[in-house]
Ligand binder design. Structure first.
Ligand code: ATP
Ligand code: MG
Length: 757
């Protein structure tokens, strides 16, 4: 039996000890942020192992992220003096389920070496199926279907579970049929998607009592962290495994449930006591993480949500600073202020590792990145790419680069078929071949191939459109502001529409990033200056080692803590997000509020909330209003700073004018829409007036480099890779009319023929 001074018990409070020592029977640890739930769960793991109640291989421990799993492994081996030879069943739901499924793959119709598809593979496969089912992929995008399938799998539904009503979720009632076809296809490929890992395992456990029995025998103890974010299928899986012994300990906080958009069901935590009668319910109330002001502010905020279990939180920690709420003039000033605060922290001898900036949406990171690069502050983006490295940003930049510099072949390659315009690998290989043979950039080579038979008629049509588009954008480039050009180019290329069609949360984020990109462009005089800036920023290889500021979304910060936390962009439309406001439901607003609670409770010593009075959107200064969450913070725990470095009088004037804050927001939005409309129409008008210039631009592109070969003559017999043998009937520069022996008369480019003997 452990003594009270077993190393893993040292320092734990009474309820935490209870959670550690109550090893038998169901245990629910329900407690607020920072109360030591994860710490207690880790100690429990160490205790079970130290007292030999089970071998490490007989414990199933589930965390929410791989990072959390690693941390728990480290904590357990530190607590137990490194005596742990590894915890094979400690990991995320996905990693544990994958490991199980490998052992029983044949029961799911797979081989044990099955591959796990990434999102790209999955989308490609779904698209093939959609097209093969004679559906219009534009109307029924693969990404939307991926979302539907994910939702079904999160609920533990195989195709057999999908009834007619559910089937309506995709392609006018063909959802079930397509889902079944997708699952068949995956099996044929010996592959799984992420959702399958758990779904297959669940199906196997239900259909094969012997398998279920072997796992029930194996897992003497089950531990689950962040239980409030489990979905229905995870819940069912845990329940099946835990049923006979009931040695299951789950920990969570209903106030921190922030993944309902991914199928998480907070109800799982609420019904635990029903499903496991006699469960010991342990409440932790002492918070060890944050100062009283931070805790008070967070508690006051979350009290605005209805339907909570409700918790008391207290701390013994000393007063500390109040939560600072700083109003700044605009986005750049927000980044500047945060930079200054962090530098001041450094000057006091503090480490950059102490500092984290938490944002609601990915697009918010850019302003900080640029500022930190400018002042040489090392930073990392956790759980995401740096702004200019994101796929959609690189695509947009490739369009701009090609317009600025038609010889930019890398840019051409990146976007020639993005969005999809029917120019597959074959067509691109052909353009490459011709460009190499004639030693010219891809875009110019492409322009010359338009009236040859080198490409299929369909490829020629879309290539023709593309070449004409680029020529038109080049003409516009000198005449309209470059942010406007970027928007037009993203619209007219079909890039924006393709994202809008996806109708997924991810696509919304990408569209936001693109808006942010055009916003960034406004700060530069010319397109060239902007592109130059980007290449310098992208090249900036920040110190990979050493201390650095962390920038991440609130979602990624769950379970973590930092001494200094900066909470950026607390404005209506940013946080709560525009999407939550548009949906309008209480549920989405409450989930935003839980996010705000998670954000605030990451802070140990200092929490700084920032809101900007203005955000520059589409070249227009749009005033924004502070998040409703700011006004929900109890006054006694915050210090508001309303001094501005610039434009204070204007700021105040704007503020006093504000009556109904939402009317204001709506006005700003319609403003934004009309600005865009007018600019677009202007550009369109110019375009319509200029067909001649476009034709000229194309002609001049074509006239470049069409010298022709001097080893060819009319009447000569030549060989062409696609059309076979033929005789030259006419030569016009580098274009040949050839009477092919099998294919008939064709117009081809001379670099595609070889002389035959
Ligand atoms: P979250 O809800 O954010 O996941 P949590 O409840 O899991 O929080 P932990 O991360 O386990 O909380 O603990 C928060 C902080 O309090 C950590 O720094 C941890 O080391 C510390 N802590 C936990 N228990 C105690 C204790 N009994 N005495 C002193 N410090 C403690
Ligand atoms: Mg935790």
């Amino acid at each position: 039996e452990p003594t009270a001074d077993a190393p893993y018990l040292r320092g734990l409070n009474a309820p935490q000890r209870e959670a550690v020592l109550t090893t038998e029977g169901p245990v629910l640890m329900l407690a607020g942020a920072g109360t030591g739930k994860t710490a207690a769960l880790t100690a429990r793991l160490a205790h079970i192992i130290a007292t030999r109640k089970a071998w490490p291989s007989q414990i199933l421990a589930v965390t929410f992220t791989n990072k959390a799993a690693r941390e728990m492994k480290e904590r357990v081996s530190a607590i137990s003096g490194g005596a742990i030879e590894g915890m094979p069943w400690l990991g995320t739901f996905h990693s544990v389920a994958a490991k199980m499924l490998r052992a029983h793959a044949e029961l799911a119709g797979l081989q044990s070496n099955f591959t796990i598809l990434d999102t790209d593979d999955q989308l490609r496969l779904l698209k093939q199926l959609i097209v093969a089912s004679n559906l219009d992929e534009k109307r029924w995008p693969a990404r939307q279907f991926a979302g539907v399938i994910d939702r079904w799998k999160n609920r533990g539904w195989t195709p057999a579970h999908i009834d007619a009503a559910e089937s309506e979720a995709f392609a006018n009632g063909r959802g079930q049929e397509l889902y079944a076809a997708y699952q068949d296809r995956l099996r044929a490929l010996n592959a799984c998607d992420f959702g399958d890992l758990l779904l297959h395992m669940l199906t196997i456990l239900k259909a094969h009592p012997d398998v279920l029995e072997s796992y029930r025998e194996r897992f003497r103890y089950i531990l689950v962290d962040e239980y409030q974010d489990t979905n229905a299928s995870q819940y069912e899986w845990l329940r099946l495994l835990a049923e006979p012994r009931q040695n299951i300990c789950v920990v969570g906080d209903d106030d921190q449930s922030i993944y309902s958009w991914r199928g998480a069901e907070v109800a799982n935590i609420l019904r635990f006591e029903k499903d496991f009668p006699g469960a010991a319910v342990i409440r932790l109330e002492q918070n060890y993480r944050s100062t009283p002001h931070i805790l008070g502010a967070a508690t006051g905020l979350i009290a605005n949500n209805a339907g909570r279990l409700g918790k008391t939180l207290w701390t013994e920690r000393n007063e500390g600073d109040r939560v600072r709420v700083i109003g700044v003039w605009d986005g750049p000033e927000e980044a500047r202020r945060v930079g200054e605060e962090i530098e001041a922290h450094q000057a006091r001898g503090g480490s950059l590792d102490d500092c984290a900036i938490l944002v609601r949406a990915q697009f918010q990171t850019r302003e900080f990145e640029e500022r930190f690069i400018a002042i040489g502050l090392a930073y990392q983006i956790v759980g995401g790419f740096r702004f200019y490295e994101r796929a959609e940003i690189r695509d947009a930049l490739a369009y701009l680069r090609l317009v600025a510099q038609p010889a930019d072949d890398l840019a051409f390659e990146r976007i020639i078929n993005t969005p999809k315009r029917g120019l597959g690998d074959k067509a691109v290989a052909n353009i490459h071949k011709f460009a190499r043979a004639t030693d010219q950039p891809l875009l110019l080579a492409a322009a010359q191939m338009l009236d040859s038979d080198e490409l299929t008629p369909q490829a020629r049509r879309s290539l023709g459109r593309f070449v004409a588009d680029v020529a038109r954008w080049r003409t516009m480039a000198g005449e309209i502001p470059h942010p406007e050009l970027a928007r037009i180019l993203l619209d007219e290329s079909g890039y924006t529409a393709a994202l809008q069609n996806e109708r997924s949360a991810e696509a919304t984020g990408r569209l936001e990033n693109l808006t942010e990109l055009t916003r960034a462009m406004e700060e530069y005089e010319t397109l060239g200056a902007f592109l130059e800036h980007v290449s310098l920023v992208m090249d900036n290889d920040q110190a990979k080692q050493g201390e650095k500021v962390t920038i991440m979304t609130i979602h990624a910060a769950k379970g973590l803590e930092f001494p200094n936390v900066f909470l950026a962009g607390w404005e209506e439309g940013v946080f709560p997000s525009q999407r939550a406001l548009d949906e309008g439901g209480l549920a989405s607003l409450e989930e935003e509020r839980r996010l705000a609670y998670v954000a605030l409770t990451r802070a140990r010593a200092k929490a700084i909330i920032i809101h900007a009075a203005n955000r520059r959107i589409y070249g227009q200064w749009t005033s924004s209003i502070p998040s409703r969450f700011v006004s929900e913070l109890p006054k006694e725990h915050i210090d508001e700073e309303t001094t501005m470095s610039g434009g204070e009088s204007m700021w105040r004037a704007q503020w006093s004018e504000r009556g109904d804050p939402f009317a204001h927001l709506a006005a700003a939005q319609s403003d934004r829409a009309s600005t865009r409309g007018a600019g677009w129409q202007r550009a369109q008008g110019r375009f319509n007036a200029q067909p001649q210039r476009i034709i000229e631009a194309r002609a001049s592109a074509v006239s470049l480099g069409n010298k022709g070969r001097d080893d060819l003559s009319v009447g000569q017999r030549v060989f062409h890779g696609k059309f076979g043998y033929g005789t030259i009937a006419e030569i016009e520069g580098n274009k040949l009319e050839i009477e092919f022996e099998k294919a008939g008369r064709k117009r081809v480019l001379d670099s595609f023929v070889s002389t035959s003997n």
